[in-house]
Design a protein around this ligand. Structure first.
Ligand code: FNR
Length: 383
C-alpha cells in the first residue's frame, strides 16, 4: 500500500485503476482547457501570511453550511457517472462524506439512483438537479428527492447546453462503454475495475432510465439529455422550481456579479461560485478570481460557496478567508474514489483536513470561522 499524503498521490493510483475513457471524462475541461488550468493555477497566486507566537492549541475546523454543522467547510460536489469510477461509487462517496461529517451531493446524472443511495446511507444528502424541459419528469424527480428526504436541492445553472470536451468525443464516452477495439484493449488492463462493475446490481443512470419518457436504456441517454436540458431556463423558472421543492435551495454555477444579485433576489439559501470545474465556458475566469467581487456585492444577502480548482486544504483556507462559507470538491474526491473506493474518498478528506488544520495554525488562526482576508497576500490586480 503506497503512502498517500496528497490528492495528487490518489490521482496517480486512480489513473492506473480506471479505464482511460472515465479518467479522461473526469480530468478534462472544455475546448482549450484554459479555464480548467487556471482554476488551479490561480490559487497558487494567492499566498498566505505566516504568523508566529500565537496560541494554536484547541483548534477547530468545524463550521456550518446552509445551517448544517460540518466537520470542515467542505462539501462533495455532484459528479455525473460517479458510479463508473468505482462500482456503487455514489453510495461509497456519500458514506465516506457522512462518516467524515461533510455534505454529499448526488447528481441527476448519477449511476446509482436517489433511492439506491438513500437506502444505503444513514443520513440525508443533497440532490443536484439539472433543469429539464419535460415538466412531468422534473416534478417527479423532485418528488423522489423529497421522498428520499434529501435536505437541499442544488440547481445547476451553468449547463443548459453542454460545453464541448474533446477527449470525451474522441474516446466515444458512454456508460456502459461501447465495445470498440481500443476500449476492449484498455479494459483488459483494468480487470480490478471490471470485476467491481460486474458485481454491482445497480441500474445505469438510475435517476433517468426507466423514469424519463424516451429513455429505455443508457444508449438512448445522450440524445435525451441533448434534447431535454432546458435551454430556456430563466430566473422565473428557477423561482418556480424553488417553489416546487419548498426546502433549502442552492444555486450552483454563478460566476458573475449581476447573476449573483439575481440569485440572491430569488431567495437562494446559498450560491456556489463555480465554472463547473472548467468544463463549460472555456475562457471564463477562475472561480477564485470571481469570489471576492461576488462576496463584496451580495455576501451580506446570501451564503456564498465556491468550487472549481480545490486540490488541497490550503486552497480551502484561501477560499474561506476570501469570504466563502464553504467550498465544494469534485475531482479531489473522485481521484480517491477511483483509486480505492470509500477508503479513498475518506483519505482525500483526511488529506484536505490535515492541510487545512495545519495551515490555519501556521497562519495564527485556531478556528475556521475566524478566517478572513487578513491571512491572505493577494497580488495586485488579482480580480
Ligand atoms: C462535474 N460537475 C457536475 N456538476 C453538476 O452540477 N452536475 C453534474 O452532474 C456534474 N458532473 C461532473 C462530472 C465530472 C467528471 C466533473 C469533474 C465535474 C461539476 C462539479 O460539480 C464541480 O462543479 C466541479 O467538479 C468543481 O471543480 P473541481 O473541484 O473538480 O476542480
Amino acid at each position: 500500500m503506497p503512502v498517500i499524503t496528497t490528492i495528487d498521490d490518489l490521482k496517480r493510483i486512480y489513473r492506473r485503476r480506471v479505464p482511460k475513457m472515465f479518467y479522461d471524462y473526469c480530468e478534462s475541461g472544455s475546448w482549450t482547457e484554459q479555464t480548467f488550468r487556471e482554476n488551479t493555477s490561480d490559487f497558487d497566486q494567492i499566498r498566505l501570511r505566516q504568523r508566529v507566537a500565537v496560541d494554536m492549541d484547541g483548534r477547530t475546523t468545524a463550521s456550518q453550511m446552509i445551517g448544517d454543522d460540518v466537520a470542515m467547510p467542505v462539501a462533495l460536489a455532484p459528479v455525473g457517472m460517479t458510479g463508473m469510477q468505482h462500482a456503487d461509487g455514489e453510495i461509497l462517496a456519500c458514506r465516506a462524506a457522512q462518516k467524515f461529517g461533510v455534505p454529499y451531493t448526488l447528481s441527476t446524472m448519477s449511476i446509482c439512483s436517489i433511492e439506491d443511495v438513500a437506502e444505503n446511507v444513514e443520513k440525508p444528502f443533497w440532490f443536484q438537479l439539472y433543469a429539464i424541459k419535460d415538466e412531468d419528469y422534473l416534478r417527479r424527480v423532485i418528488e423522489r428527492a423529497k421522498a428520499a428526504k434529501c435536505s437541499a436541492l442544488v440547481i445547476t445553472l451553468d449547463l443548459q447546453i453542454l460545453g464541448q470536451r474533446h477527449k470525451d468525443l474522441k474516446n466515444g464516452l458512454s456508460a456502459p462503454p461501447k465495445m470498440t477495439v481500443p476500449t476492449m484493449l484498455n479494459l483488459a488492463t483494468k480487470w480490478g475495475w471490471g470485476l467491481e462493475m460486474l458485481q454491482t446490481k445497480r441500474r445505469f443512470f438510475g435517476n433517468i432510465v426507466g423514469h424519463a419518457k424516451g429513455v429505455s436504456d443508457p444508449s438512448s441517454l445522450m440524445s435525451w439529455t441533448a434534447e431535454n436540458f432546458d435551454p430556456t431556463l430563466n430566473w422565473d423558472k428557477i423561482a418556480k422550481i424553488k417553489e416546487m421543492w419548498g426546502g433549502k435551495v442552492i444555486l450552483k454555477g454563478v460566476l458573475d456579479v449581476e447573476d449573483a444579485r439575481m440569485a440572491a433576489k430569488v431567495g437562494a439559501d446559498a450560491i456556489v461560485v463555480s465554472n463547473h470545474g472548467g468544463r463549460q465556458l472555456d475562457g471564463a475566469l477562475s472561480s477564485i478570481r470571481m469570489l471576492r467581487p461576488i462576496v463584496d456585492e451580495v455576501g451580506d444577502q446570501v451564503e456564498i460557496h465556491l468550487d472549481s480548482g480545490i486540490r488541497s486544504g490550503q486552497d480551502v483556507l484561501k477560499a474561506v478567508a476570501m469570504g466563502a462559507k464553504g467550498v465544494w470538491i469534485g475531482r479531489a474526491y473522485i481521484y480517491g474514489l477511483g483509486a480505492m473506493g470509500e477508503k479513498g474518498v475518506t483519505r482525500a478528506l483526511e488529506v484536505i483536513h490535515k492541510e487545512l488544520d495545519v495551515s490555519m495554525a501556521l497562519c495564527g488562526r485556531k478556528d475556521a470561522n475566524t478566517l478572513d482576508r487578513e491571512v491572505l497576500l493577494v497580488p495586485e490586480g488579482f480580480e
